[in-house]
Unconditional design. Structure first.
Length: 275
């Protein structure tokens, strides 16, 4: 090819073009794409943030849910936007053919605000997600002065089919009363807090008697997984099971290989009762 050919000149000019100019050019509408489609395309990479912590059954053989972590540390200004992102993530899985429940934590003062509950209710109704996919995480119990409006807000969301989880359950008497009175679907126990303590087997049996699911959180050591097995919890999550991933990566999760490998190392009985 002659160096003076038109093709050579065009390729050389494209190669030497500054990256900023190429990026700006891509931002212009082309090939008939609408501005809305371009906005969705540009925000796709933002939605691939490592925000979703996978939750498994006790043996790590089945993905049973996901915790949307950005809401754990959101500010009041970010709250509704992040809640909408969490709903969009659950919808993304549902449209892709995966029935993956998502846990969306909210600060307790937001649940006591009628304006906030109004906005959250609208977002949930507009999502058109089936019952069972949206789970609300209660980060802590309310103070007495806002307990009544908080309960009213939670009951409004429950009428929309939202399931309720009490995060960071410690076994306090007030927490047990809430589990019974509000008929919470699940509690979460931080397993790192039980490493040097006697396991609360009686308390767990009492909670399970209320048909409440038990989640073991913050599993980072083999000891945590062993304690979760002794407590006969229903679900586990933490760094040992699988670290947080993007919403697209969540679609391809089938099991927790780490948990399966750990349990496979423990001796088990065959059908004859021999080890």
């Amino acid at each position: 090819m002659s160096p003076k050919s038109r093709l050579y000149t065009l390729v050389k000019a494209w190669k030497n073009k500054p990256f900023q100019e190429v990026r700006d050019a891509c931002g212009e509408p082309w090939l008939g794409l609408s501005s809305q489609a371009l906005e969705e395309q540009q925000s796709w990479s933002k939605r691939q943030a490592i925000s979703n912590e996978p939750i498994f059954n006790l043996k790590g053989t089945k993905l049973t849910g996901s915790l949307f972590r950005p809401l754990l540390s959101s500010t009041d200004a970010q709250l509704l936007r992040l809640f909408m992102e969490g709903l969009d993530t659950i919808s993304y899985w549902y449209r892709s053919g995966r029935f993956i429940p998502g846990i969306l934590p909210l600060p307790i003062h937001a649940m006591a605000s009628s304006h906030c509950i109004d906005a959250i209710s609208d977002l949930i109704l507009n999502s058109r997600l089936p019952v069972g996919l949206i789970n609300l995480g209660i980060l802590r119990l309310p103070d007495p002065d806002i307990e009544h409006p908080c309960k009213e807000g939670l009951l409004r969301l429950r009428r929309l089919g939202v399931l309720m989880h009490l995060m960071q359950f410690s076994g306090a008497r007030q927490e047990i009363r809430w589990v019974e009175e509000m008929q919470l679907e699940a509690i979460h126990i931080d397993m790192s807090q039980l490493r040097s303590q006697v396991l609360p087997l009686d308390l767990i049996n009492q909670v399970q008697g209320q048909q409440t699911q038990i989640y073991a959180s913050n599993i980072t050591l083999v000891k945590d997984l062993e304690n979760a097995s002794l407590l006969k919890v229903d679900h586990c999550y933490g760094g040992l099971m699988m670290p947080p991933v993007s919403r697209h990566q969540t679609l391809h999760i089938s099991d927790s290989r780490i948990a399966k490998a750990i349990f496979s190392l423990h001796p088990h009985k065959n059908q004859n009762g021999d080890k």
